[in-house]
Design a protein around this ligand. Structure first.
Ligand code: COA
Length: 434
C-alpha cells in the first residue's frame, strides 16, 4: 500500500525498570530495532520480539502484490486477479509483476520475443537431467537443474548490473517450462522434447510435455487458456514461504538461479505446494455424494481436515478458487468430466452452509479445484507442484528484484533465544569413554 505518511507513536512502560519509551509507528508497524533500547541494565541485551514463522512480522516493504484476506482480494501491482485472469495472459502478467506496470505494444513484443528465444537449454543440462534416477521426483529435478543454471551463466552473480539482471530473469522464465517438461518426460522414460518457438509460452509447454512423433503438437486452445490462467493465479502471493526463501537466500547477494532454487525447495514441502494432491486423495476416499455427510461429521469431530479449505490469510472465499472453479468447466468440456468434480461441488455446498465452517471462516482455497484440473490434463500428482513453480517464477523474480534494489534490506539473519548449556568444560573422548 502507499505510504500515508502518518506517523504515530507507541508508549511502552517497562515494568521491570519503570522506564517509559516512545516508539514511532509507521505503516501500522514499529521497527523491531527500536525495541532494543529497552533494557534493564547495560549488560543484558535489549528487548526483542519472538515470532516463529513470522506470523506478525513484516520483513520488507513491497509494491508487488496486495492481499486482503478478510475481503478475499488479491491484486498484482494494483490490478485485481479476476481481471488479469480474464483479460491478460501469463507473459503479460509476468512483465507486469517484474516491471511494475503493463507493457506498451513494443515492450510486450520485445518481452515475448526475448522469452520465446531463451527457452532452449544448454545440451549439458540435458545430460545432467538424464543422470537422475528413473523415478526421480520432478520437483527434485527442477530444484537441482534451476540451481545448476548458475554454473552455465556465471555472470549471473553480477546482480548490481540491471542489464545482467534482466537477462537472467528472461532466461529463468523462459527455461522453467523446459526444465519442468523434461523432468516429466524423464519419469516416463520418453525422449525430451525441444521447445517450439512458433508456439505460445503455454502451448509450447504442453508440446514439450506431450508431443510424440507428430510434426507439431497442437493443444486444444481451451486447455492452453486454462493452463495459462492457472499460471496467472499462481504468479505471486506476497510473502509466502517460498518467496521468503527466495528473498532470504537472495539477501546474501547470490545469483538469482540459486535464490530461485531455494524457492523451489520451499515449494516442494507438503505444507506449501502439496495440498491439491491431498484434496484428490480425500475426494477419492469419499467416493460418492452419499458419503459426504459422514465425512463432514468426521471433520467436525476433529478426526480429519477438509483439505482445500481454510487459509492462513484468506478468511473469505479465496479469489483464485473462484476463478479455478469456473475454469473447470472449460477444461472438462474438452477432457470429459472428472467424476470427482461432482463430489467436490457437493462437498463445498454442504460445507459452506455448515455452522462449523461458517464460524471458523473456512472457505475453499486455491487447491480445492486445481488438482481436479491438473488431473484432467493427465498430470501425475508429483507434477502439480512443478506447475505451481513455473507459474510462481515471475513472482519470485519480481520479489528478488525488489529486494536487491531496496536500500533498507540487509542480509537475512534472525535472532534466536538461546536455550542450551553454557561454558561447559570439554572432556576428551578418551577420558569420557574410559
Ligand atoms: N478442515 C477442518 N477444520 C479446519 C480446517 C480444515 N481444512 N482448517 C482449519 N480448521 C479449523 C481448525 O481446526 C481450527 O479449529 P478450532 O478453532 O476449533 O481449533 C480453526 O479452523 C482455525 O484453524 P487454524 O489451524 O488455526 O488455521 P491456520 O491459519 O493455522 O491454518 C491452514 C491454515 C491452510 C493450514 C488450514 O486451514 C488447513 O490445514 N487447511 C487444509 C490444508 C489446505 O488446504 N492447505 C492449502 C492452503 S493454500
Amino acid at each position: 500500500m502507499t505510504d500515508t505518511g502518518d506517523t504515530n507513536t507507541l508508549t511502552v512502560r517497562d515494568n521491570r525498570t519503570g522506564k517509559e519509551y516512545e516508539i514511532p509507528i509507521t505503516d501500522g508497524t514499529i521497527k523491531a530495532g527500536d525495541l532494543s533500547q529497552i533494557r534493564t541494565d547495560d549488560e543484558t541485551p535489549g528487548l526483542a520480539t519472538y515470532d516463529p514463522g513470522f506470523v506478525n512480522t513484516a520483513s520488507c516493504k513491497s509494491s508487488v502484490t496486495f492481499i486482503d484476506g478478510e475481503k478475499g482480494i488479491l491484486e498484482y501491482r494494483g490490478y485485481p486477479i479476476e481481471q488479469l485472469a480474464e483479460k491478460s495472459n501469463f507473459l503479460e502478467v509476468a512483465y507486469l509483476l517484474i516491471h511494475g506496470e503493463l507493457p506498451s505494444k513494443p515492450q510486450y513484443d520485445t518481452w515475448v520475443h526475448e522469452i520465446t528465444h531463451h527457452t532452449f537449454l544448454h545440451e549439458n543440462v540435458k545430460t545432467f537431467m538424464q543422470g537422475f534416477r528413473y523415478d526421480a521426483h520432478p520437483m527434485g529435478m527442477l530444484m537441482a537443474s534451476v540451481g545448476a543454471l548458475s554454473t552455465f551463466y556465471p555472470e549471473s552473480g553480477n546482480i548490481s548490473d540491471p542489464d545482467n539482471r534482466h537477462m537472467q530473469m528472461v532466461r529463468m522464465i523462459a527455461k522453467m517450462p523446459t526444465l519442468g517438461a523434461w523432468a516429466f518426460r524423464h519419469a516416463q522414460g520418453k525422449p525430451y522434447v525441444y521447445p517450439d518457438n512458433e508456439l505460445s509460452y503455454t502451448a509450447n509447454f504442453l508440446s514439450m510435455l506431450f508431443k510424440m512423433s507428430e510434426h507439431r503438437f497442437d493443444a486444444d486452445e481451451r486447455l492452453v487458456k486454462a493452463l495459462d490462467v492457472l499460471f496467472i493465479l499462481h504468479a505471486d502471493h506476497e510473502q509466502n514461504c517460498s518467496t521468503n526463501a527466495v528473498r532470504s537466500v537472495g539477501s546474501s547477494q547470490v545469483d538469482p538461479y540459486s535464490a530461485v532454487a531455494a524457492g523451489v525447495g520451499a515449494l516442494y514441502g507438503p505444507l506449501h505446494g502439496g495440498a491439491n494432491e491431498a484434496v484428490l486423495r480425500m475426494l477419492r476416499r469419499i467416493g460418492s455424494k452419499e458419503n459426504i455427510p459422514d465425512f463432514i461429521k468426521g471433520v467436525k469431530d476433529g478426526n480429519e481436515k477438509l483439505m482445500g479449505f481454510g487459509h492462513r490469510v484468506y478468511k473469505n472465499y479465496d479469489p483464485r478458487a473462484k476463478i479455478i472453479k469456473k475454469a473447470c468447466d472449460d477444461v472438462f468440456e474438452v477432457t470429459g468430466v472428472n467424476p470427482l468434480l461432482e463430489i467436490a461441488r457437493e462437498l463445498e455446498k454442504i460445507a459452506l452452509e455448515d455452522e462449523y465452517f461458517i464460524k471458523r471462516k473456512l472457505y475453499p482455497n486455491v487447491d480445492f479445484y486445481s488438482g481436479l484440473i491438473y488431473e484432467a490434463f493427465q498430470f501425475p500428482p508429483e507434477m502439480f507442484t512443478v506447475l505451481f513453480a513455473i507459474g510462481r517464477t515471475p513472482g519470485w523474480l519480481a520479489q528478488w528484484l525488489e529486494l536487491v534494489q531496496d536500500k533498507e534490506q540487509k542480509i537475512a539473519r534472525p535472532k534466536q533465544i538461546y536455550t542450551g548449556e553454557r561454558t561447559l568444560d570439554f572432556v576428551p573422548a578418551a577420558e569420557r569413554w574410559s
